[in-house]
Design a protein around this ligand. Structure first.
Ligand SMILES: Nc1ncnc2c1ncn2[C@@H]1O[C@H](COP(=O)(O)OP(=O)(O)O)[C@@H](O)[C@H]1O
Ligand SMILES: [Mg+2]
Length: 365
């Protein structure tokens, strides 16, 4: 697990030392006294924005393919997709840890990796990969990470480390060596490192990996708390249900492509709304006819519905422009179709994902 967030901790693709990077920020004014050209993305609402972001590895594999990611400020953005769909590669490109083959990244309005030196101190990150010293305690490891950040005050280092350990529930194990930590404890230490100082943006790659259900709940709680404090959180997972509840926005990855993104409620409301009508044997045919007449799509008898054989279940899609559900129900009654039950169903995110990709999410870690 690697933690980023301090200017000096992870120069990787930042093309040079932080000193050199800082100079971009403090660029001298042009000789004619005009203000320096403004960064066109500085005022955009997105905390993370990519355009055409692509990574082709030396193997020829395109792990990330033309991503246009928009993470609005203040959002809890669930970056979802099965294993191997390109989430980690994307996140590593966002943070300047991997160089994109094509495309651009803006973090908090500034271009990456050029602005890494001034942007990364405002970004806390948890990404898989080695970073901690196995023979040092969790507390000592955090102090090292903190010390690598040239912008922090050494006098308050101990308190920052202890606060972060407390926050992730690791205070009791603070003096244990890292190599004796369980996977869950290692994960928590990575989170603690991301939280060493207040951040505007947190990028957490599979933060619930290795955690038990209680730990997973705590991470969800922490994510919510960070968002309540005003931070934008981008959190990835291959286990949809683990973070679905805390997300205001989601992006769904499948085989290197972003299949869908937007406010969570809108995504499930807009797509695939169905009406489900339980009727009697004599109601099935006229019921289907009426649903079709009203403009509902793909009206059919649902053979898999768990209903008694003498209560056939009809399903039909309710597209934009079709009458509202209450009018559909009323029309069925007027058409003398027996209504045993009537229901409107919006797909869950999981159903949406399966519909989009034909793949399911992993059911276990
Ligand atoms: N360094 C690398 N070299 C070659 N292929 C890689 C490398 N890193 C990741 N991949 C491949 O890219 C794809 C996406 O991987 P990754 O971004 O880790 O997905 P996820 O995080 O969604 O599980 C996978 O097929 C993976 O095998
Ligand atoms: Mg991953």
């Amino acid at each position: 697990m690697t933690t980023t967030g301090s200017a000096g901790a992870r120069p990787a693709a930042a093309a040079g030392q932080s000193g050199a990077v800082m100079r971009t920020q403090d660029a001298p004014r042009p000789a004619d006294g005009r203000a320096p050209a403004r960064d066109p993305h500085r005022d955009t609402a997105d905390a993370v924005r990519t355009q055409g972001l692509t990574k082709r590895f030396a193997t020829g594999q395109v792990a990330v393919d033309g991503l246009d990611l928009h993470v609005p400020r203040g959002a809890v953005f669930g970056f979802l997709g099965p294993n191997g769909s390109g989430k980690t590669t994307t996140i590593r490109m966002l943070l300047g840890l991997v160089r994109p083959t094509a495309g651009t990244v803006h973090l908090l309005g500034a271009p990456m990796p050029d602005a890494a030196g001034r942007v990364l101190p405002r970004v806390g990150a948890l990404v898989e990969g080695p970073a901690f010293h196995p023979y040092l305690s969790g507390r000592a490891n955090l102090a090292r990470v903190d010390a690598a950040d040239a912008t922090t005050d050494p006098r308050t280092r101990a308190r920052r480390s202890d606060d972060a350990l407390e926050r992730v529930g690791l205070a009791a194990a603070a003096d244990k060596r890292y190599r004796q930590y369980s996977l869950g404890m290692k994960q928590r230490l990575g989170l603690a490192a991301a939280l060493l100082r207040p951040r505007d943006l947190l990028v957490l790659d599979e933060p619930t990996n290795g955690l038990d259900p209680q730990g997973t709940r705590e991470v969800r709680h922490l994510v919510r708390e960070l968002a309540d404090g005003g931070a934008t959180v981008l959190v990835s997972s291959h286990l949809l249900t683990e973070i679905e509840q805390v997300c205001t926005h989601v992006g769904i990855m499948g085989r290197g492509r972003l299949l869908l993104q937007g406010p969570r409620a809108e995504l499930t409301a807009r797509r695939g709304v169905h009406v489900v009508v339980r009727t009697t044997p004599r109601g099935a045919e006229p019921g289907l006819a009426e649903l079709r007449r009203l403009g509902l799509t793909d009206a059919r008898v649902d053979g898999r519905a768990p209903a008694p054989a003498d209560e056939p279940t009809l399903v039909a899609g309710l597209p934009d422009g079709a009458p509202p559900p209450q009018d559909v129900a009323a029309a069925l009654v007027r058409a003398d179709v027996d209504l045993v039950a009537f229901e409107v169903r919006r797909p869950s995110l999981e159903e949406l994902f399966v519909e989009l990709t034909g793949e399911g999410f992993d059911v276990a870690r």
